[in-house]
Design a protein around this ligand. Structure first.
Ligand code: RTP
Ligand code: MG
Length: 141
């Protein structure tokens, strides 16, 4: 599998728990490299645009409210099979269903406050990385 990039977000609940380091450590131990990163407190418009695919779902308002409730760490991760590797490290969307040892099993409280985001396809990764980072903000390693 060729090297790939994916967008990762440490969500407000995990930032509030001071778990940024433990979460990034899991990425690094799995061979993923951080090639871009910034802290942001998302505006309502930024969160709505980022999750636009879900705009007609009943949970959209709660999702936007949660994602704007505090600062997040937005990162680009790079490595072999980075998109699937990151989703595997994250675990299922609902932490009650997440496999033991995954980030969501260990750090998430609920399906709404679930610690991390990860791109779900190459197309999403391309869109999501460009949503937050200019090419001059990404440092290949
Ligand atoms: P994410 O985009 O944040 O990485 O999460 P995901 O791919 O695992 O899940 P997705 O289907 O993209 O949903 C985005 C976020 O919306 C919330 N959600 N709530 N109540 C519900 O049924 C429901 N379904 C999704 C979750 O917080 C999820 O992370
Ligand atoms: Mg998703």
């Amino acid at each position: 599998m060729a090297s790939q990039r994916t967008l990762s977000i440490v969500k407000p609940d995990a930032v509030a728990k001071n778990a940024i380091g433990e979460i990034i450590s899991r990425f690094e131990k799995a061979g993923l490299k951080v090639v871009a990163a910034k802290m942001l407190h998302l505006s309502k418009e930024q969160a709505e645009g980022f999750y636009a695919e879900h705009k007609d779902r009943g949970f959209f308002g709660d999702l936007v409210g949660f994602m704007t409730s505090g600062p997040v760490l937005v990162q680009v991760l790079e490595g072999d099979d980075a998109i699937v590797k990151n989703r595997d490290l994250m675990g299922a969307t609902n932490p009650q269903e997440a496999a033991p040892g995954t980030i969501r099993a260990d750090f998430a409280q609920s399906i709404d406050a679930n610690a991390v985001h990860g791109s779900d396809s190459p197309e999403s990764a391309e869109r999501e990385i460009a949503y937050f980072f200019g090419s001059d903000e990404i440092c290949p390693r």
